[in-house]
Design a binder for this molecule. Structure first.
Ligand SMILES: Nc1ncnc2c1ncn2[C@@H]1O[C@H](COP(=O)(O)OP(=O)(O)OP(=O)(O)O)[C@@H](O)[C@H]1O
Ligand SMILES: [Mg+2]
Length: 144
């Protein structure tokens, strides 16, 4: 049976500068878990894609002062890392559509619609739940 070995949780305002905070927080958490540089890069990438989505899509057009992003990291005895990013933003109306490569609702043409497909490809499993009250993405990564 797997047991929880470590857990860390943080929350921060939906400001683009907090994307680097989330990456550094995550890097600090996995620091002593013996991950290879390439695994660490994958982990930081998925965290940053999920956090960016919460900031730019979830809280689009909302006041950053009341917009919180939640990041939780859990490490288990079977060497799996569970990453959960939650927002209380607008939600995703059609999850299946959002998961499609190149699907984006970005009107400015700055985004490629590859964040969710990248998170899916770079993690061992991805679960996306959403409602008009917010979105949660949970990713599992084996640190082996
Ligand atoms: N947390 C979220 N809240 C609301 N909508 C979201 C959220 N995450 C994703 N979406 C929706 O899903 C779409 C696809 O997300 P995805 O990350 O794949 O692409 P993108 O963010 O548009 O572009 P990229 O990640 O390549 O910059 C987004 O355009 C947005 O409409
Ligand atoms: Mg994205």
């Amino acid at each position: 049976m797997k047991t929880l070995k470590n857990k860390a949780k943080t929350q921060f305002l939906a400001l683009s500068e907090n994307e680097s905070f989330a990456r550094i927080f995550t890097a600090g958490f996995v620091r002593n878990l013996g991950v290879t540089p390439s695994l660490l890069a994958d982990i930081k990438t998925v965290v940053s894609e999920a956090v960016t989505n919460a900031i730019v899509h979830g809280y689009r057009g909302r006041d950053a002062e009341s917009s919180l992003v939640f990041l939780e990291l859990k490490y288990y005895s079977d060497k799996t890392l569970i990453i959960t990013v939650t927002d209380r933003g607008c939600g995703i109306p059609d999850i299946e559509e959002a998961m499609q490569p190149f699907f984006t609702t970005d009107a400015e043409g700055e985004r490629s619609g590859m964040g969710l497909p990248i998170m899916d490809a770079f993690s061992d499993s991805l679960r996306l739940t959403s409602s008009p009250k917010g979105t949660r993405v949970t990713m599992k990564k084996k640190l082996l």
